[in-house]
Design a binder for this molecule. Structure first.
Ligand code: FE2
Ligand code: FE2
Length: 159
């Protein structure tokens, strides 16, 4: 699988994890689960997302985005917007980790705030994933076979 397709395919497990989190928050909102019972589960999900998202975003920003800026100057603005939403997503994620790591009572008191941060996180992530899919597909169609090879070699040297 080529690098651009590989990065897009990694969105699958990330999106699935965001959906699992949405299900946890929905269960609490519906009164099916108590706030006090979801803290450990949320911590595990956020920790997984932190590791996987930082790794995924890092490979995009260290390798693919610089190459696209250089090879396809017309996509520079879109690449900048993607990088900026990486920062927004990571900002929300670190706040959710902080709110979820607090003691049980403080976690329960801050749960409503956590819900709002999660809603912004989920919305920004969904917009980012769909926007990035368009940018990567457009870029893949514009790059010459030689450029695609060059990009793959750059990725190998970074990874
Ligand atoms: Fe991505
Ligand atoms: Fe991205």
């Amino acid at each position: 699988m080529e690098l651009l397709e590989e990065l897009e395919s990694e969105h699958g497990p990330l999106t699935e994890r965001v959906s699992r989190l949405q299900a946890v928050f929905a269960a609490v909102a519906a009164g099916q689960r108590q706030v006090s019972t979801v803290q450990g589960e949320l911590r595990v999900h956020f920790e997984w997302l932190c590791h996987e998202l930082l790794d995924h975003f890092g490979r995009e920003e260290e390798c693919v985005f610089p190459y696209l800026r250089h090879a396809l100057p017309m996509v520079r603005g879109e690449v900048e917007r993607l990088e900026s939403s990486h920062d927004q997503i990571c900002g929300a994620l670190s706040r959710m980790q902080y709110l979820t790591a607090r003691s049980g009572r403080r976690f329960e008191e801050g749960f409503e705030h956590l819900v709002h941060v999660f809603e912004r996180f989920a919305e920004t992530y969904a917009l980012h994933a769909s926007g990035e899919r368009e940018v990567l597909r457009d870029a893949a169609a514009r790059l010459t076979p030689e450029q695609r090879l060059e990009l793959a070699e750059t990725a190998t040297s970074v990874g």
